[in-house]
Structure formats: structure tokens, C-alpha cells
Design a protein around this ligand. Structure first.
Ligand SMILES: [Zn+2]
Length: 230
């Protein structure tokens, strides 16, 4: 019956793949099976290397996980582009849910109390309409049955594109970029920070620093994808 309803719905109001823009089949949601199978998974070894390179030294992020590897001009770039610029927030929910399904046991082991999306500056949010990381956090929150809040961290500064800066310069650039709106929700809690793509890790580390300084017990990080540093 459900399948029949989806088919009927698709006939009148077809749904399209967020990557290739072709019509989705009745059993597919958000991304077609073909595109989804082409996205490169982040291998455990790669994740260990990335953790060592991005987070180990600063001792703020206890552990981190990413589902995919971001590749230019490939399916995932198109999917994240649709999420950000075509206001397709259901893509965020879908990606968050995939993250939760794939790493359910790991997240359970981390004993997360609260999920927090990395905030956008209000100007950027106004320009785009919404923060894509919030929808990823929401999808993950539904899957794991752990609450999320986008009301804890505030972004103070509109940081310019960081692509021309090296690692140290990015850290300097991010310093003071975030502050807390509320500390009661994070005191002695284990927090999971969520972003769409992690590149250098400077943004997420800075968010984590603010949380730790205000009394969070542990800060973990997860993203849909990791990207090579440019
Ligand atoms: Zn597709």
C-alpha cells in the first residue's frame, strides 16, 4: 500500500535525485542508488590519519568520524550544493540519518548528551535562509534519539573564505569566532559537534574550545564528509 502511494505520488509530483537530477524510483529517497553508490566512503585508516593531523595535538576533540570523502565535481558535491543553495533541507535530514545509521554503535559508545551543529554567522544565515548543519544535526538526532540544539553556540564573526590561509593562519582567523549563549545545557555533558564538510578542522576545534572552556566534559565531532586541504 505504501509503495502504491509513493508511486502515485511520484506520478503527479515526481521527486528528483539531489545529485544527477534524474527522477527517483519509488524505493529511492533524496539520492538515487546509482549516485549514492558512487560516493567515496571514508576508510578507517584515512579517518585515523585525519584525526592525528587535524585534532590530536590540540586535545580538544576527543574523537571524530566522517562518513564520506568529499570529491570535486562528484555526486556528493552536487548533493551538498543542493542542500546549501536550493534550500533542500530534506537532504540535510537524509545525510544526518545516514551518518546515524552507519555509526550507531560508535555514537552510543561516545555517550553523547547533546548534538550541536556548527553555527553560521547570522548574516550568512540571512543570505542563505538556513544553516545546513542544523538539518544534518536534526536528521542525526532523530536517528539516534539524542536531542540537538542550535541555540547553544553563537557565531560572532563572519569569517572570510579561508582557502588561501595555512593551518596556523586559519586557527588565528577562527580565534574568538564563537561564544556561548547558554552554559547550563553543556556543563559536564558530552557534546557532539556536527558540520557538513570538515577541511582543516579549525572551525570545529574553535567551537570545541569554547565548549570545553565553559565546562563541557567531552567534545566529539562528526561530519558528512572530509575534504582534502586546498
Ligand atoms: Zn542520481
Amino acid at each position: 500500500m505504501k509503495k502504491f502511494c509513493v508511486s502515485l505520488f511520484d506520478f503527479f509530483l515526481p521527486r528528483f535525485c539531489a545529485a544527477c537530477k534524474l527522477k527517483l524510483g519509488p524505493s529511492e529517497s533524496v539520492v538515487c542508488m546509482n549516485c549514492f553508490s558512487e560516493i567515496k566512503l571514508a576508510e578507517p585508516e584515512r579517518l585515523r590519519e585525519e584525526y592525528a593531523r587535524k585534532f590530536q595535538q590540540r586535545k580538544i576533540i576527543t574523537d571524530f568520524i566522517s562518513l564520506f570523502v568529499f570529491e570535486k565535481e562528484k555526486a556528493l558535491q552536487h548533493i551538498i550544493h543542493s542542500l546549501k543553495y536550493e534550500n533542500r533541507f530534506n537532504i540535510g535530514l537524509f545525510l544526518g540519518s545516514e551518518l546515524g545509521k552507519n555509526f550507531h554503535d560508535l555514537f552510543t559508545g561516545w555517550q553523547i548528551d547533546l548534538i550541536i551543529p556548527v553555527p553560521l554567522h547570522r548574516l550568512k544565515k540571512a543570505e542563505r535562509g538556513f544553516n545546513q548543519a542544523t538539518y544534518i544535526a536534526k536528521g542525526l538526532s532523530r536517528e539516534l534519539k539524542i536531542k540537538y540544539s542550535s541555540q547553544v553556540i553563537k557565531r560572532n564573526r563572519y569569517t572570510e573564505s579561508q582557502t588561501t590561509l595555512d593551518m596556523h593562519e586559519r586557527e588565528m582567523n577562527m580565534s574568538g569566532a564563537f561564544s556561548l549563549k547558554s552554559t547550563s545545557m553543556i556543563k559536564n555533558k558530552s557534546i557532539l559537534l556536527i558540520d557538513d564538510v570538515i577541511t582543516t578542522g579549525a572551525t570545529i576545534t574553535e567551537c570545541g574550545k569554547v565548549l570545553i572552556e565553559s565546562g563541557a566534559k567531552k567534545v566529539y565531532a562528526a561530519s558528512v564528509a572530509i575534504a582534502d586541504q586546498i
